[in-house]
Design a protein around this ligand. Sequence first.
Ligand SMILES: [Zn+2]
Length: 243
Amino acid sequence: MAISHRGFTITRVPMLADNYAWLVAHGGASAFVDPADAAAAIGAVEDAGGRLDWVLLTHHHDDHIAGAVALAARFGALIAGNAADAARLPKLDVALAPGQTIDLGGAAVRMIATPGHTVGHVTYVFGDAAAACGDTLFSLGCGRMFEGTPAQFHASLQALAALDPETLMLCGHEYTLSNARFGRHVDPDNAALAARAAEVERLRAAGAPTLPVRLADELVANPFLRAASAEEFARLRAAKDRF
Ligand SMILES: [Zn+2]
């Protein structure tokens, strides 16, 4: 079901075991973020009217890019991604540097660098409406630090934290329930986190998704987004890896 927010239409597209890809439309144009599964992605685009202008890639992992070439070919869309990571991505039609924008039906989509999960990871910011953040931020958590440093990852999360608080965060996985358990463990007195954890338990028990989530709701509840320093982030990330 599509969500309308600040002029954009956002559709969550479940794929693989627990991935979410995202179809974002504005002004008649549309972009598909992180198509792991071409058949699921093509079906979602057809359901939404059958037009696709962009395939946007957040990072090089297979569960975010495997369907990109077939999806783009089916609709004549352009594949865009981080120029610095082009060697590990499907062939890019548009290689962007962080800070550059593309046009989506008259609205700007800005690519920002969010390294940490991988060194070439980027986030796409759709106007002031939504941010497709791949495996950088999850609700109540963040991605594993496979390639980057704690300082890089902390800075990336702070860059996301600085976006408009009404931004809808389009995260790459449904990991919220296990993140909530870890969050309650490290921040047991946080009332906002307790409330979100209860909501998440209710949603997951009903088989419902927990995403997208408003940035404002993460700012008060997500321990990784709230880490005050790279050192605190590193401690949390290591603890979560062992949890
Ligand atoms: Zn990944």
